[in-house]
Design a protein around this ligand. Structure first.
Ligand SMILES: Cc1ncc(COP(=O)(O)O)c(C=O)c1O
Length: 422
């Protein structure tokens, strides 16, 4: 029965029972962690073959010795691999370092002087649009560079584009938008073809040098047989002559080794040339040995798909277990909604308003860590204090089950407490 339809005395009984379950958990001295969107060790093991795969062979077909300096855009073979991954042309790609987050940071650092040249008054500030809930580290980059963040909600097929278009039309100081267009972090959204088409034309409505940060971190990270498909933004933007507004990012962090993969950035050849010059101040060439190892290991689309299937076999049961426990304990009670993603790394759950902080604190007090409330919003401020990001991949199935059992008790208890105090 829905909690809100229960009488005060029914709720009081429920409260007593939940409090006793909470006490039992407290006595168990738990130490569990649901915060980290990291691959489990078993997933990392899938790529151990990378180690030693070159067998002392370091020369590319064109004679380049990958152990030496140079080649800032990446080795041709890795640029082609990344191009297939991001659905762009190889001459639009830089393969750089092991972190796409670093590439995003560096690209914004590179664009800031251009963006700031358009500021007229001392009080003017560069702004970005942030669809919410979103990826906290995108927001941290904006904070770091003093970029203001304007939030826009998600609809079923991507961000609310009417709002996005109205905002960029009104304010030419909006210079960017963050997008995780496939299996979005944390909601699992994949943008529809119509939304991608709107993005391809967005710069026509926006101020100068408007840039779409298309963070395709979960491009191949399917959890079911029905793979979401994402229309190629670059092809569509090229067709419209708007390729300069597009920066696409990706990496193999959740394909091979999270801390030692390869990262890519794709944009128009003209933008890429300027960005290469910017990067050349701080680096002579990225780790080409690792790029070559990845080319050898990941080979082509079929090999990548087969490899990702092995990841899925490990993590899909964790997503299923999470959904099962949430269903068993929360369904039909009118106290939470959550996503059932077809890919990616997260489940996004919403409590009733003004409860997320309380639930997370209660869980933390008895040894279950969850991502801090508000983390999925700029400035850590969720206006409804209701969104909670669940990351099921890292813990073992056993640890996940225990952590979720605590979580559902905390969520119910916080809700009952609130209803009784209203
Ligand atoms: C949307 C998104 N982008 C980027 C990253 C980090 O990528 P990388 O390891 O390539 O820096 C993550 C990691 O969780 C992510 O969720």
């Amino acid at each position: 029965m829905e909690f809100t339809q229960q009488t005060q005395s029914q709720l009081a009984n429920l409260q007593a029972s939940l409090e006793s379950q909470y006490e039992t958990f407290r006595l168990a001295n738990l130490n569990l962690d649901l915060t980290r969107g990291k691959p489990a060790a078993e997933q990392l093991d899938l790529s151990n073959e990378l180690d030693g795969i070159l067998q002392g062979f370091y020369l590319l077909q064109d004679g380049t010795d990958v152990r030496n300096y140079g080649g800032l855009l990446g080795i041709p073979e890795a640029r082609q691999l990344a191009a297939n991954f991001l659905e762009v042309d190889a001459n639009e790609v830089m393969v750089g370092g092991n972190s796409s987050l670093t590439l995003m940071y560096s690209y914004i650092d590179h664009m800031l002087p251009t963006w700031r040249a358009g500021l007229v008054n001392d009080t003017d500030r560069i702004k970005f649009i942030c669809p919410v809930p979103g990826y906290d580290r995108h927001f941290t980059i904006c904070d770091h560079f003093d970029i203001d963040m304007l939030t826009v909600p998600f609809l079923a097929d991507g961000p609310d584009m009417a709002q996005v278009e109205a905002l960029v039309q009104q304010d030419p100081l909006i210079k960017g938008i963050w997008c995780v267009p496939k299996y979005s972090n944390p909601t699992g959204h994949t943008y529809s073809d119509a939304v991608v088409d709107q993005f391809a034309r967005l710069s026509e409505k926006a101020g100068e040098h408007f840039t779409i940060f298309w963070d395709n971190a979960y491009a191949v990270h399917h959890l079911t047989d029905t793979h979401d498909s994402l229309k190629s933004l670059m092809s569509e933007a090229r067709a419209q002559g708007n390729q300069d507004s597009v920066v696409i990012l990706g990496s193999t962090s959740k394909v091979t080794f999270a801390g030692a993969g390869i990262a890519f950035l794709a944009t128009s050849p003209a933008n890429l040339k300027a960005f290469e010059k910017h990067m050349s101040v701080s680096v002579i060439g990225f780790d080409k040995v690792n790029q070559f190892r990845h080319v050898r290991f990941l080979k082509d689309a079929q090999t990548i798909e087969a490899h990702m299937r092995k990841h899925r076999d490990i993590i899909q049961p964790k997503f299923e277990l999470t959904d099962k426990i949430l269903n068993e304990h929360l369904s039909g009670k009118g106290i939470a909604t959550w996503t059932r993603p077809r890919g990616g790394y997260f489940i996004s759950l919403d409590t009733l308003p003004n409860l997320a902080t309380e639930v997370i604190q209660q869980a933390a007090a008895i040894g279950v860590k969850l991502t801090p409330a508000g983390a999925t919003f700029p400035g850590g401020l969720d206006p409804h204090d209701s969104n909670i990001r669940i990351a099921p991949t890292f813990p073992s199935l056993d640890a996940l089950q225990r952590a979720l059992e605590v979580f559902v008790v905390c969520l119910q208890l916080a809700t009952v407490n609130q209803l009784l105090s209203d």
